[in-house]
Design a protein. Structure first.
Length: 96
């Protein structure tokens, strides 16, 4: 079969849930889901990290936004323009 593997589907599901948390500024839930992905050995990608950073930005959790931004390097991903913008916005809101 040429469908997606369960692993891919789970990653997409987690990323979608993190994105939903972002829309509701539920940054704690977004971070929890991102950590759960790692513990479940699911591939964290730029989409999941960017969504979590945006959730932190919207939830005024600038320290966590920066921690996640720095973690991009840990998993060998390049932050995208949205991630940079969200991290800067979070710092601005925290007056950092």
């Amino acid at each position: 079969a040429m469908g997606r593997s369960n692993h891919d589907v789970n990653t997409i599901s987690y990323s979608s849930a993190i994105s939903a948390c972002e829309k509701g500024a539920e940054w704690q839930r977004a971070v929890h889901l991102l950590i759960t992905m790692d513990l479940a050995l699911l591939k964290q990608d730029a989409i999941s990290f960017s969504s979590a950073i945006r959730a932190c930005d919207k939830g005024a959790a600038w320290r966590m936004a920066i921690a996640l931004f720095v973690a991009f390097d840990r998993i060998c991903l390049e932050p995208d323009a949205i991630s940079y913008s969200s991290a800067m916005s979070a710092c601005e809101k925290g007056s950092q």
